[in-house]
Design a protein. Sequence first.
Length: 225
Amino acid sequence: MDISNLELQPQVLGTMSQPVSPAIIAIVDNILNMQFNPFQNVVVVKRSEYDMLQEGGRAWLAEHLSHTLEKDVIWVQDGTTAMERYFVGPIEEFISDNRMLINIDGRAVLVERPTGKGILDKIRGDDKSKRKPQKISRPPNAYILYRKDHHQMIKAAHPSYTNNDISKVLGSAWKNESEEVREKYHRMANEIKQDLMRAHPEYRYTPRRPHERRRRARRIQTSNT
């Protein structure tokens, strides 16, 4: 993603001019004293702390960190898990083969990059298997992304649950989730879908044929036994 398209701009060295209250400075100092060390350049901030800091406190923390690192830094919302938290650090720390930044309502949001064994790799196809055209996978909807984030947590809490049991639990949880959480996953699903269409504009969803549905049902039944 082109970072320059983000409405949320990095905190540039020496640009902090807004006065900050001593209480906010104390919160910032506590966060940095607990987390910042020579072995990492990114600071994690809980949602409650992020809200408490308000705009001035967040700018103060970013300015302090940018001076310490001698780099421009940016605030990033964590979209890789269900945890409500934010990161602040140099932009390059958030870009990798596995992660990317997307723009949601002017906020930089960190998400998993749909590559490797993910969606975009299936769309583009592996160069080694060009002799056999690959079927383009349908992009996941909001619930599928939600289930992916929470599957292991339910499995760890209930080791005896089958995949079908876990799906029932998460299906019920999804229906009762807050609008804020549901909207977050709908936005993530839409972003992935847009990436798919940009990479493969001729893509059209084709429902499975009856024999394919029967074969998939047998696989699911086997995995649940």
